[in-house]
Design a protein around this ligand. Structure first.
Ligand code: AMP
Length: 535
């Protein structure tokens, strides 16, 4: 079960299939799986020439390009470990991660080189990935030059152990520095295969897959492997993808399947609504994960005739739960909608349960809320070089997710909130996710984030941040949003204040940065009034 098998089989059976990659100059590079395989082998030989050996860590600081995809295969197939650095992290975080991971060499996109140079890691070899083939200053090589000098006829070793580490990723811890996660060839292989099933990503060689999930995040939800296992055409959106670029690529390349976080789709749908001049009729399915699928995204895509598939996972076990309407979901529309908004059922190879504070399993009744635990073929069982946090996070072989969830009688998991994002008001809990989804169902709202902010009387009260769609700015106020919510939630759950903002801060993985919002607004209610009344 090594990735070499995926690569060889793809080249052998689907050699003429196309890979299209958007380049920084606006052109689209096109080549076949056969040419991809040849370049990957050359890259493998170049890596060997650079002294990269078994289990060495090779970093990338790169967007979704054909070169990054080549590294996705070449590095693990050499027996080395691909460490995809998240280019949205701060200099301090990247510096920490590079040290902890002990990268031997880093492949950097042209536009990321300045940021990389600022890290001052002159001891690290660097390869720049761009169109320019000239050698850079000493210690900095050019990717295309390396490939040109790569050995023709190079073959990857046959002896690779399927349990060898293939990918190294870091996930931001709620406390302490980022944590390292290793996925082996075997886990990536099994995940890639399982997700191809008709119930999940449902991929075949007739599909055109737009790899929108950043390759620096959670192994791109394994889509780079599922796509090649299926023999699908692959489209890469290149540096700095925008909603316009995604729409143009979907139209131009006749994309059938894509995936990404809700914020990506909110902005994409907003762009489509504003411009109304793209033909996206080829698009059959959009996989939405990384944060909760909102009813607004589901509605809008369905109106466009696009199926929405909700998925849940973590860096520690990406795309582990995917939504699929089982035969026993009765057909009434309301029930179907309710189920579609849940995170889904575990993919084969994954097991889940919810437990109370003492670790006792809770009933699968759709009501009992507890912490979600999971384990399985592509869920890690320890953090990289971090025994302390390994001991904190695992419980009898199960990984504690930090997510509050229910599981219903039919096996569907619903995430209520992150435990740290639940709002404690008086003795009651308020789900920030529920409030956000309701606010975002208002037609004037583009994005909304809700956090619990310290309050003298009620311990915490909800504070909402709202981004309005362009046409509604200054036309909609707090009253309209509260009225919209009033019909849908109990009075005590209504946010105490709505703050209209131009944008909501996001984390490196594109989620609302609620930690930052909580920190910025921690004195908001206390300063405003010491005599607040429960609404
Ligand atoms: P990360 O490791 O950065 O991918 O973050 C994993 C966390 O993202 C999970 O523990 C959840 O809190 C959240 N998450 C991922 N997918 C979903 C989803 N479909 N719905 C709600 N939360 C999600």
């Amino acid at each position: 079960m090594s990735l070499i098998c995926v690569l060889r089989r793809a080249a052998l059976l689907f050699g003429s299939q196309e890979i299209a990659s958007y380049k920084s100059d606006g052109e689209i590079l096109r080549y076949s799986y056969t040419e991809f395989y040849e370049r990957v082998k050359r890259l493998g030989s170049a890596l060997r020439g650079l002294g990269v050996g078994e289990a060495d860590v090779v970093g990338t600081l790169a967007w979704n390009t054909h070169r990054h995809l080549e590294l996705y295969y070449a590095v693990p197939c050499m027996g080395a470990v691909l460490h995809t650095l998240n280019l949205r992290l701060s200099k301090r975080e990247i510096g920490y991660i590079l040290n902890h991971a002990d990268d031997k060499i880093v492949f950097v996109d042209e536009d990321q080189y300045a940021a990389f140079a600022e890290l001052g890691r002159h001891d690290l070899r660097c390869v720049i990935m761009g169109e320019d083939q000239t050698e850079h200053r000493s210690g900095v090589a050019s990717y295309e030059k390396l490939l040109e000098n790569g050995q023709q006829g190079f073959e990857f070793p046959d002896s690779l152990d399927e349990n060898a580490p293939a990918f190294l990723l870091y996930t931001s811890g709620t406390t302490g520095p980022p944590k390292g996660v290793i996925h082996s060839h075997r886990s990536v292989f099994i995940a890639g295969l399982a997700l191809c099933l008709p119930q999940f990503f449902n991929l075949t060689d007739r599909d055109v897959v737009l790899l929108q999930v950043p390759l620096f995040h959670a192994v791109g939800w394994f889509l780079p492997f599922s796509s090649m296992i299926a023999g699908a055409k692959i489209v890469l959106p290149g540096p700095h993808p925008t909603p316009q670029r995604l729409a143009e690529l979907i139209e131009g390349e006749r994309v059938t399947v894509t995936a990404g976080a809700p914020t990506v789709w909110i902005n994409f749908l907003n762009h489509l609504n504003k411009t109304r001049n793209y033909d996206i009729s080829s698009l059959k399915r959009v996989i939405v994960g990384g944060a909760s699928l909102t009813p607004a995204i589901l509605n809008e895509f369905e109106e466009l005739g696009v199926e929405v598939v909700h998925a849940w996972g973590m860096t520690e076990g990406p795309a582990a739960v995917v939504n699929w309407l089982k035969r026993d979901i009765d057909g009434n529309e309301e029930e179907v909608r309710r189920v579609k908004l849940k995170q889904g059922i575990p993919v084969p190879g994954i097991e889940v349960k919810v437990v109370d504070q003492e670790g006792n399993e809770l009933p699968r009744d759709g009501k009992s809320v507890g912490e979600l635990l999971f384990r399985g073929a592509w869920v890690i069982d320890s953090y990289f070089k971090d025994p302390e946090r390994t001991a904190q996070s695992f419980c009898g072989g199960w990984l504690r997710t930090g997510d509050a969830a229910t599981i219903d009688e039919k096996g569907y998991i619903q995430i209520v909130d992150r435990y740290k994002d639940l709002i404690r008001s008086g003795g009651e809990w308020i789900s920030s996710v529920d409030l956000e989804n309701l606010i975002m169902s208002h037609p004037a709202v583009l994005e909304a984030a809700v956090v619990g902010v310290p309050h003298e009387v009620w311990q915490e009260r909800p504070l909402a941040f709202v981004v309005l769609k362009g046409d509604y700015v200054n036309k909609i106020g707090k009253a309209e949003i509260i009225d919209h919510l009033r019909e849908r939630v109990a009075k005590w759950q209504l946010p105490d204040e709505i703050i209209f903002v131009e944008s909501i801060p996001k984390t490196g993985t594109g989620k609302f940065d609620k930690k930052a919002l909580r920190e910025m607004y921690k004195n908001y209610f206390i300063e405003r009034s010491t005599k607040s009344q429960q609404p």
